[in-house]
Design a protein around this ligand. Structure first.
Ligand SMILES: NC(=O)c1ccc[n+]([C@@H]2O[C@H](COP(=O)([O-])OP(=O)(O)OC[C@H]3O[C@@H](n4cnc5c(N)ncnc54)[C@H](OP(=O)(O)O)[C@@H]3O)[C@@H](O)[C@H]2O)c1
Length: 310
């Protein structure tokens, strides 16, 4: 089968398509014939260093079940499924953990399922942890990204009073306004206007500082980006603010009922046309480098996908 790997660190150009045997099923895994694989920022960053080499990038995948491990129950060959491949996602066949894979309903497209299986869960999970109430003001950073563009829409659907989207370019500003954002702010602005009840920060670093300044007393910031930032807890005390971390892996494991409930809600909202996952571009496997470049250059409006069937 064809799969994308890299043998040395560097920019997107290190990615290449290779022919390898199909991966061998573990006892708790599903083997999927992949229709789409998602390209995500933390995985894109890995080409610059970290994983042992050669490395086959992981990510969210959707496809049809073609094999099941000996412990797997409740799945059948031919069923449509979406899940996370910890490596080897940019490939014709990929392994996912059956316990966290989800069957895709008939009324949800493969592309939408791909966007929701991780991004939708992070968006709804962070809004849940933030305990958003109707009327709350919510500011979303990285608002045009794979997670953020769903968070903007879901915050509105949950009844947020005002949703402010923080983005880095005017094309992204137009995009998020089209998704229902009430206001748009840019990272380059010194102030983001009236403080808000809730900030969901998908960027971190310097933007974490701006994000914390944007929270009003008794408001909270949910940090879920892979970059982080420092916080003085005495400052939190004096300003009566809260900072809460969010890990998708822990949410899926330790809040399993809520995770399953969110999955059903995401399917229903999407099938009804109320939630609109956006795909910026879909590319064939041999253009994986271009897919990584789009993410690194911050050009994506929504998700960037790879498809082994193109
Ligand atoms: N906690 C968890 O379990 C979990 C799970 C999944 C993802 N995540 C995290 O969620 C974040 C968003 O993921 P995503 O899939 O939505 O990513 P994405 O589609 O690549 O969007 C990220 C956006 O961040 C903005 N950005 C600001 N500063 C940036 C910088 N220095 N480098 C790159 N981008 C920058 C860019 O938008 P602008 O150009 O508008 O600034 C970019 O489009 C990532 O940090 C990821 O690690 C966390």
């Amino acid at each position: 089968m064809r799969t994308v790997r890299f043998h040395g660190y560097g920019g997107p150009e290190v990615l290449r398509v290779e022919r390898l045997p199909r991966p061998e099923l573990g006892p708790d895994e599903l083997l999927l014939e992949v229709t789409f694989a998602g390209v995500t920022l933390p995985v894109v960053r890995l080409t610059h260093g970290g994983p042992s080499l050669p490395h086959a990038p992981g990510g969210d995948v959707v496809g049809r079940v073609v094999g099941m491990g000996i412990n797997v129950r409740g799945w059948r060959v031919g069923q449509r499924a979406a899940g996370m491949a910890f490596s080897g996602a940019y490939a014709e066949f990929a392994l996912v953990n059956a316990g966290f894979a989800v069957p895709v309903p008939d009324d949800v497209s493969d592309e939408a399922a791909l966007a929701l299986v991780r991004g939708g869960q992070v968006a709804l999970g962070t809004l849940h942890i933030a305990a958003v109430r109707p009327g709350d003001s919510v500011l979303v950073t990285a608002a045009a990204g794979g997670v953020g563009h769903l968070t903007v829409q879901l915050a509105k659907l949950l009844g947020a009073g005002r949703v402010i989207a923080a983005v880095g370019s005017t094309s992204k500003a137009d995009f998020v306004r089209g998704l229902g954002a009430d206001d748009v702010v840019f990272y380059s602005q010194d102030h983001w206007g009236e403080p808000v009840d809730i900030v969901l920060d998908g960027v971190g670093g310097d933007v974490f500082r701006q994000s914390l300044d944007a929270v009003k007393p008794f408001g909270r910031l949910i940090t879920y980006n892979g970059v982080g930032g420092n916080v003085d807890v005495n400052e939190l005390r004096m300003q009566s603010k809260g900072v809460i971390g969010f890990s998708m892996g822990q949410f899926a494991t330790l809040r399993r009922d809520r995770y399953d409930e969110h999955r059903d809600k995401l399917w229903k909202l999407t099938a009804a046309g109320e939630l609109r996952p956006a795909v910026h571009r879909t590319l064939p496997l041999d253009q994986a480098a271009e897919a990584h470049r789009l993410i690194e250059a911050r050009e994506n409006l929504g998700r960037v996908l790879l498809s082994p069937t193109l």
